[in-house]
Write a protein that binds this ligand. Structure first.
Ligand SMILES: Cc1ncc(COP(=O)(O)O)c(C=O)c1O
Length: 376
């Protein structure tokens, strides 16, 4: 049987990963500044992660949500402490799209409304509701069209937001902490405060998608915490499991749970929780949030010294390096000649950098050197 061919793939077969490096079947070492779409948070095959998963699978790997799951409670407690969302409740699922799907559904259940406000340039996933609030018509099949009404407004445009919310018929506004796939545009701190205030006024729930920007990636636990606001629902995935599939929702306690309201077979299984606990433990024990701030400052300083770079977007270790020309060729050179993985986005001129959060300044250096050589 052949694979259903939906992915353009590099001709590279990885056989090993360690920290910020991955190795192919020819023993070639690569610096991983992309973490397979921003997934690798604490590093490839981190010993805490490996040991925790091994210990867990030795005793029990899976059972459904029909029994007591102390490991989920342990994860919820740790997440509450580290994320500074002590009163929110946790629902666990398996991926980013699924987290957003459940968040939108929950907002509609809670408000009994069905219109959603989303943003130009957004990406929230490929399941029905998540796709409907994603600003990319090419991803929609005929069955996805007009699923429920969505107003797409421009990021940081207050007037458009006020108009979209004026009839008080919106169940949720969904916004990324920093846009990932769209190209690293972000709501300003002032705009986020405006957004939170206007959601409250109109009765819409504020959903912040921290699937890519969360779990310490920007130097705070969540990107929106640079703005001192809170969300009604925060969606999480990617770095949460360091490669183990897990997603989740932090849900305001005013949103009431009832049996059967949400559900999943695999969500919150023992192994997934063990993976996420290892991530949280390591974020703390290795002070990874401070490391993100420090390495990011260094990287921005070094990049600012390269004249060909037009803008540096994003925060922490979720950065977009924008040029006046398409980066496709540069990205291939970085990978094939310098053995450095980087990412692309909807903006063809923007190189996306999402390294493991424990990367050091020294480990970053080959990237700076390579960029300078390519651009000279
Ligand atoms: C901000 C954001 N939300 C949602 C998703 C969807 O996540 P998943 O691919 O795990 O369904 C992504 C994936 O890139 C994302 O970047």
């Amino acid at each position: 049987m052949n694979l259903f061919n939906v992915y353009p793939r590099f001709n590279i077969t990885l056989t090993k990963g360690k920290g910020v490096y991955v190795y192919d079947d020819q023993h070639q070492k690569y610096l991983d500044l992309y973490g397979g779409h921003g997934v690798i948070s604490i590093g490839h095959s981190h010993p805490t992660y490996v040991n925790k998963l091994k210990e867990q699978i030795d005793v029990i790997g899976y059972y459904s949500n029909s029994i007591q799951m102390p490991i989920q409670e342990e994860l919820a407690l740790k997440l509450a402490q580290q994320s500074a969302y002590p009163q929110h409740k946790l629902f666990l699922c398996n991926s980013g799209a699924e987290a957003n799907e459940n968040a939108i559904k929950l907002a509609s259940f809670h408000t009994n409304k069905k219109k959603v406000v989303a943003f130009k340039g957004s990406f929230h996933g490929r399941t029905a509701a998540a796709l409907n609030v994603t600003d990319n018509a090419k991803l929609s099949a005929p069955i996805n069209i007009n699923n429920f009404p969505v107003d797409f407004v421009e990021l940081n445009n207050k007037e458009q937001l006020v108009i979209a919310l004026k009839d008080n018929d919106v169940c949720a506004v969904i916004v990324e902490g920093i846009q990932g796939v769209g190209g690293l545009d972000a709501p300003s701190e002032d705009y986020l405060s405006f957004l939170a205030e206007h959601c409250k006024k109109s009765g819409a729930l504020l959903i912040i998608d921290e699937i890519q920007s969360g779990f310490g990636r920007t130097g705070k636990f969540f990107a929106h915490q640079h703005a001192n606001i809170t969300a009604d629902i925060v969606t999480i995935a990617k770095g949460m499991g360091n490669g183990f599939p897990i997603g989740g929702l932090l849900i305001h306690c005013k949103i009431k749970a009832s049996y059967g309201l949400l559900g999943t077979t695999f969500g919150g299984n023992h192994l997934a929780c063990a993976a996420s606990l290892a991530v949280l433990e390591t974020l703390e024990s290795e002070s990874l949030l401070s490391n993100v701030q420090e390495v990011s400052k260094y990287l921005e300083h070094e990049l600012n010294g390269i004249p060909a770079i037009k803008t540096i977007k994003g925060k922490g270790l979720m950065l977009g390096v924008e040029f006046d020309f398409p980066i496709k060729e540069m990205r291939s050179l970085l990978l094939n000649d310098y053995h450095i993985f980087t990412g692309a986005s909807a903006n063809p001129n923007l190189l996306r950098i999402l390294p493991p959060l424990g990367i050091t300044k020294q480990q970053m250096q080959p990237f700076i050197t390579a960029l300078k050589k390519i651009l000279s």
